[in-house]
Design a protein around this ligand. Structure first.
Ligand code: PLP
Length: 457
């Protein structure tokens, strides 16, 4: 009985993230109590098609028994031991070897964290240590991008270029700066071709490096395809151009693959889908299909060698965490890798993503839709109040938030409305079928029509 009363109560003592706190306090949050395939269930048993895979993460859906069994087996064998201070555990070692073998870089080394944020934080610290050890103490700056998202710890927030993640938190830390995002739809000047737009962004990057001083810039960080910033798929030639500039000034390319890793964009890595040649990668989310928290920072041989020789001269490598390489999380990640291979998820995504793109494109004709874009099983619809001349809804984001809410409440499909632009994103579990893709967009299309009608009144 007590549990019943508890479930009805909306106002609990938990402090939730990414909400308007007062709204959350008065209205509460939707309680999800179960899941199956691409569906989740609320406390009254109402099913929702989870078109966002939670936070872009449950790639194998919401009830994969093999992952549960892998966790239980490892829990029974060894529920915890650490991997710092000259100790290790077998699942972490095995997973590091598997990931290093899959990473598109020479003789990679893998550092494990718990969240995407702390994996990015590790890289911020590691590149400083690396350059300090190499006698380049001025080479510390990291260039990130406006509307990029890299997490919520202090350094990851400083890398993030989305306004709501920064406002009032005083997240700026020294030596992190931002350049424009490669969003042709939102950032191109009137009449500017995609090629000219790309050239302009590349020039901005190079000018920034030269203005800051090429010997002061250590790294550039980007998501191969941005997630929270709007599913921005860079134009042709952008990543190749960035790589050429970074090589010219001996600057590392940090690819944040937290969303795009593990076939989200169709290839194993988002970098492969977008011609990005990374120096390092950060991974999380799909790594365990989000069944347990685990992240990884993958660094190439030269960075690792630099850290090692640094620790000879500077002493102890003073970074590590209690849960780094947690054996249960790593055992689940190993099982994810097995399943991806065994069930040929790559082929499934290749097939179903064609249908996903077609269904998404059909919404382009809608009067409120300014742009649709997708890559693999990651897509977005961006809304406009008027297509020509282009006019945004006021305030920006209000329309997408309303569509998202209506889609969820009335049509039982959960997608994400994105901060900073008027867009809804779709990133369903990779196991979604063609029929479920149809269902997802039919439900969403009805919500869009109804919201548009209401808005017009
Ligand atoms: C691209 C990207 N990087 C980093 C992060 C941070 O990951 P986490 O929320 O696990 O800290 C996220 C989270 O959404 C992300 O989308």
């Amino acid at each position: 009985m007590a549990a019943q009363v508890d479930l009805q109560r909306n106002h609990h003592l938990m402090l939730h993230g990414y909400v308007e706190l007062a709204t959350e306090r008065s209205a509460g949050s939707k309680r999800i109590v179960g899941g199956s395939g691409v569906f989740v269930y609320d406390q009254s048993g109402r099913p929702y098609l989870e078109a966002a895979a939670g936070m872009w993460c449950t790639i194998l859906g919401f009830n994969e028994p093999e992952l549960v069994d892998a966790a239980i087996e490892q829990m029974r064998r060894l529920p915890y031991y650490h991997t710092v201070a000259y100790k290790t555990v077998t699942p972490a070692d095995e997973l590091a070897d598997r990931l290093a073998g899959l990473a598109p870089m020479k003789a990679a080394r893998v550092y494990f964290g718990t969240t995407g944020s702390d994996a990015n934080d590790f890289l911020v610290k590691a590149i400083r240590y690396y350059n300090n050890a190499a006698g380049r103490p001025r080479k510390k700056k990291i260039i990130a991008r406006l509307n990029g998202y890299h997490g919520c710890t202090l350094a990851a927030s400083a890398l993030t270029g989305i306004a709501v993640n920064r406002t009032a938190f005083d997240v700026d830390i020294p030596d992190i700066l931002h350049v424009s995002e490669p969003s042709y739809f939102s950032q191109a000047q009137p009449g500017e071709s995609e090629a000219v737009f790309t050239e302009r962004l590349l020039r901005e990057l190079e000018d920034t490096i030269l203005r800051e001083g090429q010997n002061t810039v250590a790294a550039f960080i980007a998501e191969p395809v941005s997630g929270a910033g709007g599913v921005v798929i860079p134009p042709a030639g952008y990543h190749e151009g960035v790589r050429r500039i970074l090589d010219r000034y001996d600057i590392k390319f940090f690819a944040d693959e937290v969303i795009t890793g593990f076939y989200r964009t169709g290839r194993l890595w988002g970098s492969q889908s977008t011609n990005l040649v990374p120096d390092t990668m950060t991974l999380a989310k799909g790594l365990t299909s989000a069944y347990l928290p685990l992240s990884a920072a993958v660094v190439p041989e030269d960075i690792y060698e630099g850290l090692e020789s640094g620790s000879r001269s500077l002493g102890f490598f003073g970074h590590g965490s209690t849960y780094s390489g947690h054996p249960v999380c790593c055992a689940v990640a190993l099982k994810v890798l097995d399943i991806l291979e065994k069930r040929n998820i790559a082929a499934h995504v290749a097939d179903v993503s064609v249908h996903f793109a077609q269904r998404l494109q059909q919404l382009r004709e809608h009067p409120a839709v300014g742009d649709v874009r997708s890559i693999g099983l990651m897509g977005a619809i961006e809304f406009v109040a008027s297509k020509s001349p282009r006019r945004a809804f006021e305030p920006v984001g209000s329309f997408s938030r309303q569509v998202r809410q209506h889609a969820e409440d009335s049509h039982q499909v959960i997608c994400r409305s994105l901060p900073g632009r008027d867009a809804c994103a779709f990133s369903p579990p990779l196991i979604i079928t063609r029929a479920e893709v149809d269902e997802m967009f039919e439900r969403f299309g009805r919500a869009l029509d109804e919201t548009w009608r209401l808005w017009g009144k």
